[in-house]
Design a protein around this ligand. Structure first.
Ligand code: SAH
Ligand code: SF4
Length: 355
């Protein structure tokens, strides 16, 4: 018998009523319980009944790939056998997770390993959220200790916006994870309708646009959806998002040798931003290589030069040196490749030494 899924329902529909509901939510989100049996202040009979009727964990198997730099890639096997990935990124002052919104990605950008993988399916809201809960469990920390989320894993979040938005609502719900929406970033390849709908959803999340080229000609060569959506239309939607939310926007730009790294292109990027009076900053991403990639990265010097042109034009620019490259966890490397995984059963605690 397939048990109903717990979290895609709004919080009001958690099992139980009033006080009980709050108790269960606290166990799930504040304490990170993975089984009803662990909810020790509920009567035993109720725990048994809940376990019969509801499901918490969305994954059959969770495999962890720790990187030498402290980040950890997670490979999740979903209940239907499909797989997806997420990354845990501990920093000195905060803990961040990079979550997936789909299995693979239907867009197929040339520089992205996820794109080369093709498309599996959309993730459900609970499958998106449970990546965070399972990571917290594995790390031995309460889920509420993870304060930053980037939707930059597998998939294009605006092509699964209903589910993404339901998952985000639960992240910011005071009775669930209670996160600040300012600390949640959604990264998109640039779908104007989707960006406008995201603004209407009024989630308050930060928007990151994967621009990667200021001109349609270059963009079309590396991003298939650029044929349907011209840069100017995307930037207009981004400007509207900025006007509605007043949140600083991030423009991501993966540096590809001889493709999008000419000085003229840096000037064009600055113009796109300034013409629309958007408060934006540019994040240059050194290309993370993967087997069979048809493109090459711009050498460090070229990246610095590109950054300098943007800065000179008055656009705050940072270079994002990726983490987790050694375990295939860096931006664009998520491709379901297994390498000496540390498997553990989601219901069991992971040995402390491996955290
Ligand atoms: N589909 C969304 C979010 C996932 S990709 C998007 O495209 O924005 C997250 C970021 O990683 C995007 O900016 C993407 O362009 C970038 N990326 C993809 N492949 C990469 C690679 N091989 N090296 C560096 N960045 C890459
Ligand atoms: Fe999909 Fe983003 Fe990768 Fe493009 S870069 S294929 S949109 S995940």
């Amino acid at each position: 018998m397939k048990r109903p899924i717990l979290a895609p329902r709004p919080p009001a529909e958690l099992p139980g009523e009033g006080y009980r509901k709050r108790q269960i939510a606290a166990w799930l989100y504040k304490k990170g319980a993975r089984e009803f049996d662990a909810m020790t202040d509920l009567p035993r009979g109720l725990r048994r009944e809940l376990a019969r009727e509801w499901r918490i964990a969305e994954f059959d198997l969770v495999q962890a790939f720790p990187s030498a730099d402290g980040s950890v890639k997670y490979l999740f096997t979903l209940l239907d056998g499909q797989q997806t990935e997420a990354v845990y990124l501990p920093y000195k002052d905060r803990k961040t997770v990079c979550l997936s919104s789909q299995v693979g990605c239907p867009v197929g950008c040339t520089f992205c390993a996820t794109g080369a993988l093709g498309f599996g399916r959309n993730l459900t809201p609970w499958e998106i959220l449970d990546q965070l809960l399972a990571i917290a469990h594995h790390q031995g920390i309460p889920p509420t200790e993870i304060r930053n989320v980037v939707l930059m894993g597998m998939g294009e979040p605006l092509l699964n916006l209903d589910a993404v938005s339901a998952a985000v609502r639960r992240m910011i719900d005071k009775n669930a994870l209670g996160m600040s929406p300012r600390r949640i970033t959604l990264s998109t390849v640039g779908i104007p309708k989707g960006i406008r709908r995201l603004a209407e959803e009024d989630l308050g999340v930060k928007l990151a646009l994967s621009l990667h080229a200021p001109d349609d000609e270059t963009r079309k060569k590396i991003i298939p959806t650029a044929k349907a959506y011209p840069v100017e239309a995307i930037m207009d939607a981004v400007a509207d998002y900025f006007q509605t939310t007043r949140r600083r926007v991030t423009l991501e730009y993966v540096m590809l040798k001889g493709v999008n790294d000419a000085p003229r292109q840096a000037e064009e990027v600055a113009r796109l931003i300034k013409d629309r009076r958007i408060v934006a900053h540019v994040n240059l991403i050194p290309f993370n290589p993967w087997e069979g990639a048809p493109v090459e990265g711009t050498p460090r010097e070229g990246i610095r030069r590109f950054a300098a042109i943007l800065e000179e034009a008055g656009i705050p620019t940072t270079i994002r040196w990726s983490r987790g490259v050694d375990v295939g966890a860096a931006c664009g490397q998520l491709a379901l490749k297994e390498a000496a995984p540390l498997a553990f059963h989601p219901k069991r605690r992971f040995p402390a030494g491996n955290r």
